[in-house]
Design a protein around this ligand. Structure first.
Ligand SMILES: O=C(O)COP(=O)(O)O
Ligand SMILES: [Mg+2]
Length: 239
């Protein structure tokens, strides 16, 4: 059935009855790393700074665009650049990424198939990303994913982003469901921490970014190979 690694010792947990499935974007639905790195290096070139390897920039993905720019400028996940440099760099990055939004970016294998299955089952489908809204919406449209989602919340849609639980709680409220009726499928600890704090279930996929760390160390309910595998561990609970 599935090769998913189930983290909960209580396998009676599965299949989990749910009303909504929340999906992370970068590293879960879409492989965006190459285009994010292209933009980051284009920004560095414009600033006459040394370019970084794509793999390094990939490890900086996860906490939104401003954080990616800070990490790229300092080549340090915790780095804080000079404020004047950051102010100059952020709009440069935003322009470069807008120009490179959809060069290499594609849905991961089994994403479309998985979304089709979830949609057919009747789940509310929600996308919650830390990506800036001005990039999220065109990217969902260009990759053919926009039509699956009843609600899309980006990193700048609300006062707080993942790992804060606010976007998840906001989504549950919008659909009048309780958090334990929702599952978040993500690729990083930002997703799992937000889900735990909100009281939602959380699964992780192993093919994403997780800021360069091992996804198997994340505290989540299961690590699933794909969205299709996630669908095999849940059951639709009706509205
Ligand atoms: O923009 C990011 O840094 C990460 O976005 P995500 O929440 O969709 O993974
Ligand atoms: Mg992600």
């Amino acid at each position: 059935m599935t090769q998913s690694k189930i983290h909960k010792s209580n396998s009676d947990l599965f299949p989990i009855p749910l009303k909504a499935v929340i999906l992370d974007l970068d590293g879960t639905l879409l492989d965006t790393a190459e285009d994010l790195a292209l933009a980051a290096n284009a920004m560095l070139r414009e600033l006459n700074m040394t370019e970084l390897p794509s793999a390094t920039i990939q490890s900086f993905i996860g906490k939104g665009v401003p954080k990616l720019v800070k990490r790229t400028l300092t080549n340090d996940p915790d780095g804080e650049p000079d404020p004047a440099l950051f102010e100059q760099a952020l709009p440069l990055y935003e322009r470069c990424y807008a120009e490179n939004l959809h060069v290499h970016t594609r849905p991961y294998p089994k994403v479309i198939e998985g979304l089709d299955q979830l949609k057919q089952s009747g789940y509310h489908l929600i996308c919650i990303t830390n990506k800036t809204e001005v990039f999220t919406l065109p990217l969902l449209r260009k990759t053919g994913l926009a039509g699956y989602f009843e609600l899309v919340l980006s990193g700048d849609s609300l006062p707080k982003r993942k790992p804060d639980p606010l976007p998840l709680l906001h989504a549950c409220q919008q659909f009048n469901i309780s958090p334990e009726e929702a599952l978040l499928i993500g690729d990083s600890s930002n997703d799992a921490i937000a889900a735990r704090a909100a009281g939602c279930y959380s699964f992780c996929v192993p093919y994403g970014y997780n800021e360069g760390h091992d996804v198997h160390k994340i505290d989540c309910d299961a690590v699933v190979d794909s969205i299709v595998d996630a669908n095999n561990l849940i059951t639709y609970q009706g509205h």
